[in-house]
Design a protein around this ligand. Structure first.
Ligand code: HEM
Length: 422
């Protein structure tokens, strides 16, 4: 039986924030082990897990508990109090079924159509801009897609404010370590959006507004749990937001993808000519670029991993970025290569940028299919429907900062429609 190695230090939070996505792989290399213990968030002990076997363990509901392990601050700003992410057992499975019931063929096709149409309709606006910041432009566009898809009313005059509020909330997970000066503004953003959505839940229930059947607003407002109870209107607003706020976070993947199209010009052509290339390219963007760094849990019982025994009640994190860059799972993991997905077996435990395991019984992201669809349509648009220049800018993606982003946001200029009028 191997002994558990440690990153010494009473509290490594600052070190984690300084080394960012590379902290865990640096430690694994230094300690010569796949599983190690570190202390963070006020000296609390966490065991860091990495790889496919670790993901299988992490998503075993008999062995690992997720409830109560998310930092309070992230719950208060990013997900909302009582959100699906914080539930467990029967309550989780019951409410998760509601989220998954939105993922019908029709709703998935609709989100594809919305993305395609909104990008096309946005071309004229981008043509008139000196420079387009793809990160920023995508937030607004995705807010339009997300609110429309969810069936909520978002007046045109408020779209920019809603988009900004969503972005503030999403960015709030950078406040994990130490003081976070954005905490107050994240909470204020959350309150504004919750108020706006709660009003629509109440009006839907009273029959004052009529969202279409099958939309998140319609289904969430009417839903009753396994005991026959309606969700409290505030909680309903919180989880309604969880159907489209994360959709706005796809802006990060879109800016990463436009960067990848720029760095790999052959991909632009392949996007038009190679079957399934938009899908493979999107999967590779999700694998390659940094977003969610790790996810927390704790052992319910004594478990064994990589020859190390961990006691019950041990806090854990699964290393998301480390697993999507594990050389045992991915050949040349630090190379951007969409074709690696030609023969990928679709395992739920290796490509885990949005969590892993089963959609209905684990906490795996309910919006993963939507994410890939929106990415495919966005990259097809940038590769086929417009042409543009890429001016001098800082295109680095800093792995030492969480959450990751393209430093410049990914600027393009001189946007023109790409129409063959011959
Ligand atoms: C940039 C795109 C996205 C990323 C990186 C992302 C990431 C994640 C991650 C890491 C989790 C937690 C998995 C776990 O705890 O095991 C999660 C859960 C979740 N995501 Fe996403 N997500 C994205 C897009 C979406 C979209 C478009 C939706 C819209 C439906 C969505 C809805 C959810 C929900 C409802 C959960 C909670 C599931 C549960 O607790 O059972 N996400 N997501």
């Amino acid at each position: 039986m191997a002994t558990l190695k440690r990153d010494k230090g009473l509290d490594n939070t600052l070190k984690v924030m300084r080394e960012g996505y590379l902290y865990t792989s640096n430690q694994r290399e230094r300690l010569g082990t796949n599983v190690f213990e570190t202390r963070a968030l006020g000296g609390k002990s966490f065991v860091v897990l990495n790889g496919k076997e670790a993901a299988e363990l992490f998503y075993d509901n008999d062995k690992i508990e997720r409830q109560g392990t998310l930092p309070k601050r992230v719950v208060n700003t990013l997900f909302g109090k009582g959100a699906i992410h914080t539930t467990t057992g029967k309550q989780h499975i019951d409410r998760k079924a509601l989220f998954m019931s939105l993922m019908t063929e029709g709703n998935l096709e609709y989100v594809r159509e919305l993305t395609r149409n909104f990008w096309m309709a946005n071309t004229e606006r981008m043509e008139q801009m000196d420079e387009v910041n793809v990160y920023r432009e995508s937030i607004i566009l995705l807010t339009r897609v997300g609110t429309r898809w969810a069936g909520v009313q978002a007046p045109e005059s408020e779209i920019e404010q809603i988009a900004t509020d969503m972005d503030i909330m999403i960015d709030s997970f950078k406040g994990l370590g130490g003081a976070f000066k954005g905490y107050r503004s994240s909470k204020a953003a959350r309150k504004r959006v919750e108020d706006w959505l709660e009003d629509q839940v109440i009006k839907t229930r009273k029959g004052e507004i009529h969202p279409p059947k099958g939309t998140a607003l319609y289904e969430f407002a009417r839903w009753t749990d396994y005991e026959g109870n309606q969700m409290d209107s505030r909680l309903c607003a919180i989880d309604l937001m969880n159907t489209f706020r994360p959709l706005i976070a796809i802006n990060r993947f879109i800016s990463y993808g436009v960067l990848a199209l720029h760095k790999h010009p052959e991909a632009v052509e392949k996007m038009k000519t190679v079957k399934d290339y938009p899908y493979m390219f999107s999967q590779e963007v999700r694998r390659f670029f940094p977003f969610v760094p790790f996810l927390p849990g704790k052992t319910k019982v004594e478990v064994e991993i990589d020859g190390v025994t961990l006691p019950a009640d041990q806090s854990l994190v699964i290393d998301i970025y480390g697993t999507t860059h594990d050389p045992k799972l991915w050949d040349n993991p630090n190379e951007f290569n969409p074709e690696r997905f030609l023969d990928w077996d679709g395992s739920p435990f290796d490509l885990i940028p949005q969590g892993g395991g089963d959609y209905w019984t684990n906490h795996r992201c309910a919006g993963e299919w939507i994410t890939v669809i929106i990415m495919e349509e966005s990259f097809k648009y940038f590769a086929n429907k417009i042409v543009y220049d890429v001016p001098e800018q800082d295109m680095d993606v800093n792995l030492n900062s969480i959450p990751g982003y393209v430093n410049s946001g990914m600027i393009i200029s001189n946007v023109r429609e790409n129409v063959d009028r011959s």
